[in-house]
Design a protein around this ligand. Structure first.
Ligand SMILES: [Zn+2]
Length: 169
């Protein structure tokens, strides 16, 4: 497992001087520390957690957004019990994305397993940018996501304004 704080700190829950100064300078956040220590403490019971390479953790309302090291998310997707395990450990809904990636990839990660048909960008008259994502088909009761929550996550974590549209009404 890789976390924003050193693994010794994550296991003990006490920050070394380096990690402590990163926290004070804002290079890492309290949520980074909270998530790293909770995951590290659960490692013995949930060895699959060792596959996680956490770059950064964020909280949006009651949900957690885990930003993983680039290229490390796809293998985790093959283990559906892992995401459930992380949710149990953190005690909240967990969204998985990757660091240093494109807007489209972040959208694909947040909407997963729903496929995205199209992503368009529009400039509004006031100069702000709006990203429109188009989902194939129509919205049914089985649609797995709260699209307002996805919009909120994108706004809070990336400053993105999102509009979600379904191909058929
Ligand atoms: Zn440390």
């Amino acid at each position: 497992m890789k976390t924003p704080i050193c693994s010794f700190d994550a296991r003990t829950g006490i920050l070394c001087p380096q990690c402590n100064s990163k926290l004070r300078s804002g290079q890492i956040s309290g949520v980074d520390v909270e998530v790293s220590t909770k995951l590290a403490k659960a490692l013995d019971k949930n060895p699959e957690i060792s596959k996680i390479s956490l770059a950064k953790a964020e909280r949006v309302d009651q949900d957690y957004v885990l930003v993983l090291e680039p290229g490390t998310l796809a293998p985790l997707r093959r283990d559906p019990s892992l995401q459930r395990a992380i949710q149990n450990i953190l005690g909240g809904k967990v969204w998985l994305t990757e660091a240093d990636t494109t807007d489209r990839k972040v959208l694909e990660d947040l909407f997963f397993p729903v496929r995205i048909a199209n992503v368009n960008t529009a400039w509004l008259p006031d100069g702000s940018k709006m990203t429109k994502v188009v989902i194939p088909g129509r919205k049914t009761d089985r649609f797995p996501h709260d699209t307002e929550m996805i919009s909120k996550i994108l706004k809070d974590t990336r400053g993105m304004e999102l509009m979600v549209e379904f191909e058929r009404q």
